[in-house]
Design a binder for this molecule. Structure first.
Ligand SMILES: CC(C)(COP(=O)(O)OP(=O)(O)OC[C@H]1O[C@@H](n2cnc3c(N)ncnc32)[C@H](O)[C@@H]1OP(=O)(O)O)[C@@H](O)C(=O)NCCC(=O)NCCS
Length: 192
């Protein structure tokens, strides 16, 4: 468990995981410019004619609306060394009532992969998901779905303690076609 501060923020030895801010625009664009097709291959299709600036605006609006409704949280991963944005994570489809569940998404920009920053920041994301209000979201369960050929993401899921629950055929439309996914979950009592 890392240090949680006010405002849904989690500080790890190398990183800060916190909600996206309007002032992140330039650094968000720089990280996406530096990543090229590293993200797009593993994401729903996005029209390449839409600029990163326009995509940031859309992402920020979606994050604001989600924060108000309490069902979608968009986080950035900021490096404590030089404040570079190195990653972009989310907790989406937050469902309350007896379920208390969300879906995790994670991305580390290309130049910062293979340094353990994905695992460090996703553990922080899970701290934020499971910790009680007001510093966390007080969820009971976080799910994650990964394409079976995405070896780095499968390794990350296992490294941070997700448990494999099943295999979904043609589950999500990623990069323009429905693709199979390995389904993972982690419960609050499994996050120690
Ligand atoms: C999947 C993704 C998030 C992984 O990011 P990452 O930061 O490389 O992931 P990890 O934190 O698990 O990094 C682990 C690697 O760093 C290495 N590493 C180097 N220094 C380390 C350190 N100080 N601590 C821990 N690990 C370290 C590990 O050995 C490991 O390499 P290995 O698997 O060859 O042993 C990233 O590749 C990505 O964004 N991909 C594109 C988008 C995507 O696929 N998203 C997920 C869709 S489901």
């Amino acid at each position: 468990m890392f240090h949680l501060s006010d405002g849904l923020e989690c500080v790890t030895p190398r990183l800060i995981v916190r909600p996206i801010r309007l002032s992140d625009r330039e650094r968000w664009i720089a990280a996406h410019d530096a990543s090229g097709d590293h993200f797009t291959h593993w994401m729903p299709y996005t029209d390449p004619s839409i600029s990163h600036d326009e995509r940031f605006t859309a992402q920020f609006s979606r994050a604001q609306a989600g924060l108000e409704r309490g069902d979608f949280y968009s986080f950035v991963v900021e490096h404590r060394h030089d404040q570079t944005l190195v990653g972009f994570h989310s907790l989406s489809q937050v469902f309350r009532g007896p379920f208390q569940n969300a879906y995790a998404g994670w991305r580390i920009s290309r130049p910062y992969t293979n340094q353990g920053l994905g695992s460090e920041s996703v553990l922080a994301l899970l701290d934020l998901a499971f910790h009680p209000f007001p510093r966390g979201l007080g969820l009971h369960r976080v799910q994650a779905n990964v394409i079976p050929t995405n070896a780095p993401s499968l390794a990350l899921a296992r490294r941070v303690g997700f448990r494999e629950e099943g295999y979904a055929k043609r589950y999500l439309e990623i990069d323009g076609r429905y693709q199979d996914h390995v389904m993972f979950a982690k419960l609050s009592e499994e996050h120690v």
